[in-house]
Design a protein around this ligand. Structure first.
Ligand code: SF4
Length: 755
């Protein structure tokens, strides 16, 4: 990245995204450990970007004990490509505003305290709360940004030590529907394919995703694939004409909340036009109405009755002709790769949408071949490895086991050497339920780590009030995050290369981040905090692994008892290699690019070819009949428009780490309410006017930005800016299966405030 990003405009930064980081990887081929290259005083180290689920490999230059540069790692899966956030991650450890000492709330103010005082108060309050109100009165709320060793330890401490399943976290807000989708279709979580499939696909079906801004190296890989192969086509389904949509061959803009109509209608066309891969379906697929197994004919009848293109086009906002076009393209392509993320997951029908996306691939046989795969992109860097795989959610136990399953609890009690009956059979509170439980004192004390729910939760006014009632312990790197402001005890946390740990990104790839610098002030790793807390709560015998390496070895050995097997990923291998993809059962295994495929996935039975072994009984994947139900947030006369929210290129989630970086703050500017020019004209709104958004959940004001991006009737706002807490008006309706909130669809009324 020879050019400084400090003086680039936002537009300039957008074009810089595709820039391949410095090609100087001298000595890389012979590299065998932490130090990548020594040149003068500078030592380059292998590392991983701190921000998103793309999980880009980086090289970090160190000189005199400080980071002097960062560039993409050409030997990593991202082939040297990083985005502007990754290029600026070098500034992260040095920005102002870091929390340097523990603090305790006294007389309404947060005042400095020693670690012993702060942790003593936390332990004493947790113990007293458990004694007075029971184990389920305490909780842990974690993050897809903790290292795997940290999420694993927190999960074990609360479920095996304290004895409550009140362990949840922000992955519930972004990935729970994708996880439920994979689990219900394939019997096991996590994507079957890999980023490598991009290099083979001939049709990209992007739905509810904006990878140009949110996963830039992935979109750059797609763009290169098309540039080298003119027959490759990109279809983008999004109610906004995003920067991804602008670069696609076909943009379809559905009415927010209706796209299960599109997927079902595509399935109807595929069945009616004889585009089903019957050989594949006969061998590998089972149909289900959610209760019982049915046959293909019942599936066709279900689709014909409601989802013919002409029957859905008006409600969906996409013409019957375009539905047929995209259905044919999807089925007839040599290799179709679907990519989706929050636009599909953050929906009251998020699990059903995931089911149908996977179902379209199964119907057409677009799975298990290079380039043919259904791929749920992930938002956070370690939501997959750290939370989904470790089972650090309120209904789960490690490696796909479930709290409510007697056999699964007994297995984990045996593995963790616990007396039978130790793990509670009662699932804990999912994210939204947890913060509701704070409102009426069912949860009285909560440890929040590495996340900022006071900005990221929906219906914020409600849940911030709940957080104020609860004894809130917040481990955080930055002193002024919205959640830190509500803390009763604030614990300074190390971040990124100030500590060591493994992250598992969106394609089942685990990568090691090594410690390169000390944390500032008295900050400690989240693992150190958890180990300390375990000892003070009397659970030292449960939490016996104290270093990242010890925890990883414990966890690695446990994985061997499941199909999430990564026993072969020793610390030594992770230090050397650019990550490994599971299954990886032994130290000689290279990792698995494509799951369920013989010759690649070591868990497939010899001679089976393709085998969906996650569904143990028949080893078939399931196509579901999933009826469309309109979102509760469809427009009404009182709330005639719809709000959708999301991210921008230069900012990461709630902005706690990216807003303090001047270049990123300047490039993104302040968040605004983006309004279609037609709607603005109707409401007499001009650029920069103050406008009000009112929903059933709250009211807020912000500056108008006029654009042609959202379709008429839709407004958009990003959630990175604490000055525009857009989640105050966002619905807290959840998918009844995944319990993931519907951030993408809120009915609102818009009005101009000033003139
Ligand atoms: Fe890669 Fe995401 Fe980091 Fe950008 S923010 S460099 S896409 S991991």
């Amino acid at each position: 990245m020879g050019k400084s990003t400090s003086d680039l405009s936002r537009r300039g930064l957008l074009y810089a995204v595709a820039g391949v980081a410095g090609a100087n990887v001298l000595g890389a081929a012979a590299w065998g450990g932490l130090e990548l290259m020594v040149k003068g005083e500078t030592v380059w180290h292998k590392s991983v970007c701190r921000f998103c689920g793309t999980g880009c490999g980086l090289q970090v230059a160190m000189s005199g004990g400080k980071i002097t540069d960062v560039r993409g790692d050409e030997l990593a899966h991202n082939k040297g490509v990083i985005c502007v956030k990754g290029s600026m991650v070098r500034a992260l450890p040095y920005v102002e505003g870091r929390l340097l000492t523990p603090k305790i709330r006294r007389g309404g103010q947060l005042v400095e305290a020693s670690w012993d005082e702060a942790m003593g108060l936390v332990a004493e309050t947790f113990k007293r709360t458990i004694a007075e109100s029971g184990r389920d009165a305490v909780a842990f709320y974690g993050s897809g940004q903790l290292y795997t060793e940290e999420s694993y330890t927190a999960n074990k401490l609360f479920k095996a030590g304290i004895g409550t399943n009140n362990v949840d976290g922000n992955p519930r807000l972004c990935m729970a529907s994708a996880a439920n989708g994979y689990n219900s279709v394939f019997g096991k979580d996590e994507p079957p394919g890999s980023y490598e499939d991009i290099d083979h696909a001939t049709l990209f079906f992007l739905i509810g995703a904006n990878p140009f801004e949110c996963h830039p190296p992935i979109f750059e890989r797609i763009r290169r694939r098309r540039a080298d192969n003119p027959d490759v086509r990109i279809v983008c389904v999004d109610p906004r004409r995003t920067l991804t949509a602008e670069r696609s061959d076909l943009h379809l803009a559905p009415v927010p909340g209706t796209d299960l109509l599109l997927l079902n209608s595509m399935a109807q066309v595929i069945c009616e036009e004889g585009l089903v891969d019957t050989a594949f379906v006969d061998k590998h697929v089972r149909f289900s109405d959610g209760q019982n197994t049915v046959d293909l004919e019942a599936f066709r009848t279900f689709l014909d009755a409601r989802y013919r293109p002409e029957a859905v086009e008006q409600e969906l906002g996409i013409s019957a002709h375009q539905i047929r076009d995209v259905a044919f393209s999807f089925a007839r392509a040599k290799a179709t790769m679907s990519l989706w993320t929050m636009g599909i997951n953050q929906r009251t029908q998020g699990t059903f949408l995931n089911n149908m996306l996977n179902g379209l691939h199964l119907l057409t046989g677009h799975i298990g071949r290079p380039g043919a795969t259904p791929f749920s992109l992930t938002g956070q860097p370690n939501a997959c490895g750290g939370v989904r795989d470790t089972g650090a959610l309120s209904h789960q136990l490690p490696n796909g086991r479930l709290v409510a399953n007697d056999k699964h609890r007994a297995e984990m009690e045996e593995i963790w050497k616990l007396p039978p009956g130790t793990i509670s059979p009662k699932p804990g509170y999912d994210a939204v339920s947890l913060f509701r439980a704070m409102e009426d004192d069912r949860v009285k004390a909560c440890l929040v780590m590495c996340t900022n729910p006071a900005q990221s939760l929906p219906s914020l006014d409600r849940y911030r009030a709940g957080m104020e009632k609860c004894f809130l312990v917040v481990a955080e790197a930055f002193a002024d995050s919205e959640t830190a402001k509500l803390a009763d005890v604030l614990l300074p946390a190390a971040l990124w290369i100030e500590k060591e740990g493994v992250m598992g990104q969106g394609e089942r790839r685990y990568q090691l981040v090594e410690k390169l610098i000390d944390p500032p002030g008295q900050a400690r790793s989240d693992l150190q905090i958890l180990v300390d807390l375990a000892g003070r709560l009397g659970h030292g015998a449960v939490i016996t692994a104290h270093t990242p390496e010890e925890v990883w070895d414990e966890w690695r050995n446990i994985s061997a008892r499941s199909v999430y097997n990564f026993k072969g990923m020793t610390r030594a291998r992770l230090r050397k290699e650019r990550g490994l993809q599971w299954p990886c059962p032994d130290e000689s295994h290279p990792g698995t690019v494509r799951r369920y495929v013989e010759g690649d996935d070591p868990l497939v039975t010899k001679g089976a070819g393709i085998e969906f072994y996650g569904n143990k009984d028949d080893k078939r994947a399931v196509v579901y009949l999933r009826p469309y139900v309109p979102s509760p947030e469809m427009p009404t006369s009182e709330y005639p428009m719809q709000l959708t929210t999301g991210r921008v290129l230069e900012q990461w989630h709630t902005g706690t780490m990216t807003q303090p970086i001047a270049e990123l703050r300047t490039a993104a500017g302040d968040a605004a309410i983006e309004i279609n020019e037609q709607d603005a004209w109707r409401h007499k709104i001009l650029e920069g006017d103050i406008v009000e958004l009112r929903s059933r959940y709250g009211t807020m004001q912000g500056k108008a930005r006029l654009t042609r991006s959202p379709r008429p009737g839709v407004v958009f706002a990003a959630f990175y800016d604490a000055k525009l807490l857009i989640n105050r008006v966002v619905t807290d309706n959840v998918d009844p299966i995944s319990k993931e909130p519907e951030y993408k669809v809120t009915a609102v009324a818009l009005r101009k405030v000033n003139s």
